[in-house]
Design a protein around this ligand. Structure first.
Ligand code: CA
Length: 224
């Protein structure tokens, strides 16, 4: 997802850019409304995060100008002003959602995802981008795996292995099948690389590692 962030406060902008990039989204930052509007002429965005209080033209005016140009990109407004009438005013001039500052980053992410889902018409492939087993989640678009909301530090092969397990919950996977899927058909069948990597992924999953069950002489199974 390509996000345009229009925010004048450097500290807030840096924090958001880092956090949203970590979610696997690309972020272009404009420090004022004029720059933001200019960016919309050069690039297309999936979502615009727009601060209300900006130097020069206000967030409200940016929103009006974009909508006047028939730009339908979802707009999420940010503002320190938490009055209901501000919120209603923002929504009336064409914003899709409104989040008062200070906000919780997780809530921002949830709202971005909801807006994006709505805008893309709840397409089925969007929903299936996320493998969700309660404490363990795997985002197939950003390739980010999380346990209890914390991103796991996984190598490429460990990631592929976890994705294979999570895509086949409750199914017995033989070592051979895992080896072929993750390391390719030319992998040496005598190697114990599968067991080594399963051990690593298990450790990284912490308490949830026991979901990967060893079936002696058969292989492994990821418990639903
Ligand atoms: Ca501001």
């Amino acid at each position: 997802m390509n996000i345009l962030l229009i925010e004048d406060e450097t500290r807030v902008a840096d924090f958001l850019r880092r956090g949203l990039s970590a979610e696997g989204w690309s972020v272009q930052h404009a420090p004022d409304g004029e720059t933001g509007i200019e960016f919309t002429r050069q690039d297309s965005f999936d979502l615009i995060i727009l601060d209300l209080m900006l130097p020069g033209i206000s967030g409200q005016d940016v929103c009006r100008k974009l909508r006047a140009r028939k730009i339908t990109t979802p707009i999420l407004m940010l503002s320190a002003l938490d009055a209901t009438d501000e919120r209603v005013a923002g929504l009336k001039i064409g914003a899709d959602d409104y989040l008062p500052k200070p906000f919780d980053f997780d809530e921002l992410v949830a709202r971005i995802e909801a807006l994006h889902r709505r805008a893309s018409g709840y397409r089925a492939e969007r929903v299936s981008d996320m493998l969700d087993f309660g404490a363990i989640t795997f985002n197939k678009t950003s390739y980010v795996a999380k346990v209890d909301g914390t991103e796991l530090d996984l190598s490429a092969k460990e990631r592929d292995l976890l994705l294979l397990f999570m895509s086949n919950p409750g199914r017995v996977l033989s070592r051979e099948r895992i080896l072929n899927a993750v390391w390719g058909v030319n992998a040496d069948p005598m190697t114990n690389v599968v067991d080594v990597y399963v051990g690593r992924v298990r450790r990284k999953l912490g308490d949830h590692g026991q979901r990967i069950v060893t079936l002696r002489h058969v292989g492994y199974r990821f418990e639903e």
